[in-house]
Design a protein around this ligand. Structure first.
Ligand SMILES: NC(=O)c1ccc[n+]([C@@H]2O[C@H](COP(=O)([O-])OP(=O)(O)OC[C@H]3O[C@@H](n4cnc5c(N)ncnc54)[C@H](OP(=O)(O)O)[C@@H]3O)[C@@H](O)[C@H]2O)c1
Length: 233
């Protein structure tokens, strides 16, 4: 699920996103995979051929290269776009300098950099890079896999709007100008996570939530897996 929000536009979109590790893309193995993965018959097999579901072929590089050399993968991403294998292309887990490099290499618009984004982490450098490069951020780990619920401030703020802690956090993400992704195994939570378009957090409450980034809690820590980069500091 992805919610996108700008001051002028608020909408809910569904998309099937194919993600690829940069190393896989760099070997060229991802291109035929993408061709089959996005074919209409494939989406029917997945049970996604609902009349109201717009299936857009998005291809996103899942992680930067382990050695930090992203140019080759980025050129292949551009190629996937040029030959029509992907209607939209993007990256994920790119740092601010990587976003600037990507913008200088890829001519097609990079529609997103999907990153860990929630109130417990300071991602202001990425927000600045997004503004500068016009590569919009999208979030993962939007409720920090439940960690946000340990902080009563979200429920306390949300109660004044008749919303839960989760809805408050997800709404804060949208108001930061970030397209939001979350997931749930529970129908009631999935439903609740859509009900965030009918209220707006005040500037004062946004600032209180911004201040929670002092917690400095990150799930995907640098070096945790070989491909997790040295994050912006
Ligand atoms: N690009 C990347 O490298 C990357 C990395 C990690 C994740 N992702 C993607 O990001 C998406 C979500 O991230 P995530 O699952 O890691 O973290 P998340 O969205 O922060 O956390 C998901 C957890 O939050 C709970 N939750 C969701 N809505 C809730 C609600 N309204 N009330 C209470 N609990 C709620 C869910 O539990 P219940 O099931 O009990 O509701 C679920 O266990 C996934 O689609 C994932 O594929 C991308």
């Amino acid at each position: 699920m992805a919610h996108s929000h700008t001051p002028h536009d608020c909408c809910v979109r569904f998309a099937v996103v194919v993600t690829s590790h940069a190393a896989t893309l760099a070997t060229g193995r991802s291109l035929p995979l993408t061709r089959t993965g996005l074919a209409p018959a494939g989406t029917r097999q997945l049970g996604l051929a609902h009349p109201k579901l717009i299936v857009a072929p998005h291809l996103m590089l899942h992680w930067p290269e382990i050695n930090g050399e992203n140019a080759r993968s980025l050129r292949l991403l551009q190629k996937a776009f040029d030959i029509g294998l992907a209607r939209n292309i993007g990256v994920s887990n790119y740092t601010a300098p990587m976003m600037r490099e990507a913008q200088s290499i890829v001519e097609a618009p990079l529609v997103t950099n999907q990153v860990e984004f929630h109130p417990l982490i300071d991602q202001s450098r990425l927000l600045d890079a997004a503004e500068e490069t016009k590569i919009a951020l999208s979030s993962y780990c939007s409720v920090a896999r439940g960690e946000v619920f340990k902080h009563p401030v979200f429920a306390e703020i949300g109660a004044r709007y008749g919303k839960t802690a989760a809805q408050t956090v997800l709404r804060w993400i949208l108001q930061k100008g970030v397209s939001m992704n979350t997931m749930s195994t529970k129908p009631e939570n999935i439903r609740a996570n859509f009900e965030i378009l009918d209220f707006a957090l005040s500037p004062h409450d946004m600032k209180r939530i911004d201040a929670m980034n002092a917690t400095n809690y990150r799930i995907l820590k640098a070096g945790m897996l070989p491909w997790v980069p040295d994050w912006d500091r």
